[in-house]
Design a protein. Structure first.
Length: 357
């Protein structure tokens, strides 16, 4: 792709999206609350407020950062972590194409890094320079200008986001990156796994939390997140640090917090694939087939075994009538769900389940 063509694509945000934007309608990340909140604010680098504002120039670029671990070999125990940067100024149909993705680093493994900030540090130096502005050439106007770029989101699966945000993670007492809900023990002393029921009325162990309202969860805010993170790091004794981290779910100040364009936790969205296709839908299937941890025996929503077998066989048979472009063939959910992937769960729940159920 020539410089002129690529520069033209970079005008999507300033030209095409700006012209087609409809107030109070979300069609792209530039319609989101976080981006709109940044507009008109001074660029912040560390504790310094710079003279220019976020995205005040049509050249300004919005970036996103992503990381995740993957197993490059057949043995799944060894993992490598890839560090990627995406350019939101490109049109949506081009910004995630392979040629337009910036691979800025690879953490070699073979295990998850204990401190990802050590590997992100070189990228942070570049991002801080870009926030200040670097000299660049405009191939359309044939002129030199100050190029500014701001990182506005970071994403990955829940363990990756917990690593970037310096949080304890989804198995912690405070498992949620977005709110302050508190986990409790399953009523079995041999099982140390925590979970978060909306109501604790029937739980045998006394707890301060009686009920959570889904529409009024105790949401986390950026300022309180940073205060709690700084409080953990200000404690000298390791045991006290661990106690504070356990109580708040935050282990320390993330390196990414040096970027004023990021908000904790709002800039770190949940991964829809894991949340829905790898979690919610498989758990619903376990509920309907009476296999969810022994918690669903005799419930009204449990399907009779003969009915569930028909649902499964009909689902698998339906694959013959589904266009290949819709997704891969669907296994029989009544036989073995281990053959399902996030893609096949998506096809089944969207196109087949509403009919066969």
């Amino acid at each position: 792709m020539s410089s002129h063509t690529y520069t033209t694509h970079l005008q999507y945000h300033a030209d095409e999206h700006a012209k087609t934007h409809i107030p109070r309608k979300t069609t792209d990340i530039f319609d989101g609350l976080h981006y709109c909140t940044l507009l008109g604010k001074h660029v912040v680098v560390g504790n310094q407020h710079l003279a220019h504002h976020y995205f005040s120039d049509h050249h300004d670029i919005a970036l996103s950062f992503a990381t995740n671990g993957f197993a490059p070999f057949k043995k799944q125990k060894q993992t490598t972590w890839i560090l990627l940067v995406f350019n939101y100024n490109l049109p949506p149909d081009k910004r995630f194409q392979k040629d337009n993705i910036l691979c800025v680093g690879i953490i070699p493994g073979p295990k998850k890094p204990q401190d990802a900030d050590l590997f992100i540090y070189p990228l942070m130096q570049e991002l801080l320079k870009l926030a200040t502005g670097v000299s660049a050439y405009d191939a359309l106007s044939c002129s030199v200008f100050a190029l500014c770029a701001s990182l506005i989101t970071a994403f990955g699966d829940i363990p990756a986001i917990s690593m970037l945000m310096h949080m304890k993670g989804h198995n912690a007492l405070r498992p949620c990156q977005m709110c302050g809900i508190q986990g409790i023990r399953i009523p079995d002393l041999r099982n140390k796994t925590l979970y978060v029921p909306l109501s604790c009325h029937n739980h045998p162990t006394p707890t301060d939390i009686i009920k959570y309202h889904p529409e009024r969860l105790p949401l986390c805010l950026h300022d309180s997140f940073i205060v709690q993170a700084e409080a953990v790091e200000s404690v000298c004794m390791e045991t006290q640090q661990e106690e504070l981290a356990k109580a708040s779910g935050i282990k320390g100040v993330p390196l990414l917090s040096a970027l004023g364009s990021l908000r904790f936790p709002q800039s770190f969205p949940y991964n829809f694939m894991y949340l829905i296709w790898e979690n919610l839908i498989p758990n619903l299937v376990l509920f309907w087939s009476s296999h969810f941890k022994g918690m669903d025996k005799g419930q009204l929503y449990v399907l009779e075994p003969n009915i569930w077998q028909v649902v499964g066989s009909t689902s698998a048979e339906a694959s013959k009538m589904i266009p290949l472009s819709f997704g891969a063939s669907i296994p029989d959910p009544a036989k073995d769900c281990s053959y399902f992937t996030s893609s096949t769960w998506s096809v089944w729940s969207l196109f087949v389940a509403p009919t066969v159920l």
